[in-house]
Design a protein around this ligand. Structure first.
Ligand code: UDP
Length: 487
């Protein structure tokens, strides 16, 4: 007789191996596990080694596949963000064989139910061709915003209409990036070339990221049985409708936050690839409501020392207490710009004593961001506008200072500032005065942000649009029939 476990639907989750993908996938994994599905979560071997403390749970197990890259040359690189471009290329080239071997292996393993459903990352979209060939229903979860995915879906048009590749490098600086694109259905009016994912800023028609991102959206996405997005209809309805015109079974299931995946559920399953600094909560406790500026640029952003200095001076001048996360691998220039052998210190002279030691600022290497954003003392978020950070900030009702770094972060920034009214944009080379002025301005946007928090909460509350979409996804995984596009 089959054991009860053998009759459980078995979902295999295959995130792209970067923090901004592992985190929402783990939240989805916990939500599935809470519904008694059997879950296999697939890391790369590199990230699995970084996450040794997550040992799995009954019914949720971690597996790992190679990422296709050679081992790092230097021990310090074992705990640093990998090269996003190299990983995209290597996983796409070597991943299909590894995914097939893994799923076949799970099929032979008598200890787990047969694999009945796969959710692969849109950035690992190659997997859909393998698993569909094996007869397994497969969804792709794009961890981008809907506006970001919609922008990527228009890359083919940008190429056809001759905007991309750029004629020459001067198109980056001669005002060409301000060209308005009023023909992009579903995007906000006035969207400009500079608001679309930065992978189009190339003169090379064979550019790796341009081509891989196009393949993911044009070859992989239509092959999937459905598309998941970590957003909600009330936030991005126009973009979602435009996506559904091309990919009809696209469902918004976000924000995948504490309501869907409470931190107290399977707390030993960690997703942070860096060690969280435990001092943040107590430090925040000591501050007044909405008083603190929280600065964090995610897991991939790298920054020049000079820019760190400008942020430091701007934050110091603005006067508000701040919690600033500087990842150990965030600043990579040696700080010897003039070649005189002298290293520029990361922080301005006197900053440590006057601002940090006095308790006005706390600087850490990594934190539990969801907890920080959810703390009553956090009043503004200086962010690179990665989609997870953006949607976590919207869900927590915290207004944003937007300093996008790359990819569709520029699109998220435009929407946060123009469409949702919760953000203040800062220039790429923002100096201390601009930082100071932006901090003062953003502190006044709390009301709009609070309205967003209520909308986000309603989407995932029982009966809300995202909650219903999740329920019907669960029903489909469990073997039920689901209507296309339940909203
Ligand atoms: N994160 C965190 N602690 C940190 C920095 C980031 O927990 O100190 C989490 C954050 O909550 C988010 C993810 O890491 O879920 C970063 O994803 P995002 O899309 O914002 O940016 P990326 O790292 O992909 O650029």
């Amino acid at each position: 007789m089959a054991s009860p476990a053998a009759s459980k639907p078995h979902v295999v989750l295959i995130p792209y191996p970067a923090q901004g993908h592992v985190t929402p996938f783990l939240r989805l994994a916990k939500a599935l596990h809470a519904r008694s599905f059997h879950v296999t979560f697939v890391h790369t071997e590199f990230n699995r080694a970084r996450l040794l403390r997550s040992r799995g749970a009954d019914g949720l197990r971690f597996e790992a596949i190679p990422d296709g890259l050679p081992p790092p040359d230097h021990p310090a690189e074992l705990d640093a963000t990998q090269d996003i471009w190299a990983i995209c290329e290597a996983t796409r080239r070597t991943g299909p064989g590894h995914v097939r071997a893994l799923v076949e292996g799970l099929g032979r393993d008598g200890g787990v139910p047969p694999v009945s459903f796969v959710v692969a990352d849109g950035a690992m979209g190659f997997a859909v061709h393998v698993t569909k060939e094996m007869g397994i229903p497969t969804y792709l979860f794009f961890t981008d915003s809907a506006c970001g995915l919609l922008a990527y879906l228009n890359f083919d048009q940008l190429v056809k209409r001759g905007y991309v590749p750029l004629k020459d490098e001067s198109c980056l600086t001669n005002g060409y990036q301000d060209t308005r694109l009023d023909w992009v259905a579903g995007m906000i009016a006035g969207v400009r070339l500079r608001d679309l994912p930065t992978f189009i800023r190339t003169t090379d028609p064979d550019d790796v990221m341009l081509n891989i991102t196009m393949k993911q959206r044009e070859l992989d996405a239509p092959a999937a049985d459905g598309i998941l997005l970590n957003t909600f209809d009330g936030l991005e309805r126009a973009a979602l409708d435009a996506i559904r015109a091309r990919l009809p079974n696209t469902i918004a299931v976000g924000p995948l936050g504490p309501e869907v995946s409470p931190p107290s559920y399977l707390p030993s399953l960690a997703s942070s690839l860096w060690r969280e600094d435990g001092r943040c909560a107590a430090w925040l406790d000591a501050h007044a409501d909405a008083a603190v500026v929280y600065a964090n640029f995610g897991s991939i952003t790298v920054m020049a020392r000079a820019q760190v200095g400008e942020f430091a001076r701007g934050l110091a001048a603005a006067g508000a207490p701040f919690l600033w996360v500087i990842r150990p691998d965030m600043v990579r220039d040696a700080g010897d710009g003039d070649g005189d052998g002298e290293t520029t210190p990361l922080l301005p002279e006197g900053f440590e004593e006057e601002v940090v030691a006095s308790g006005r600022g706390l600087m850490v290497g990594w934190c539990d961001q969801e907890a920080v954003l959810g703390h009553r003392a956090t009043g503004a978020f200086l962010s690179h506008c990665g989609w997870n950070s953006t949607v976590e900030s919207l869900a927590a009702g915290v207004p944003m200072l937007c300093w996008p770094f790359f990819s569709e972060q520029v699109t998220n920034c435009r929407y946060a500032c123009e469409e949702w009214g919760v953000g203040v944009e800062m220039a790429r080379d923002a100096g201390r005065r601009e930082v100071e002025a932006a901090v003062r301005e953003v502190m006044g946007r709390g009301e709009k942000a609070a309205a967003m928090r209520r909308k986000a909460a309603a989407a995932v509350a029982p009966g809300g649009s995202s909650r219903r979409n999740l329920e019907s996804l669960f029903a489909e995984i469990a073997g039920g029939v689901r209507a296309v596009n339940p909203v």
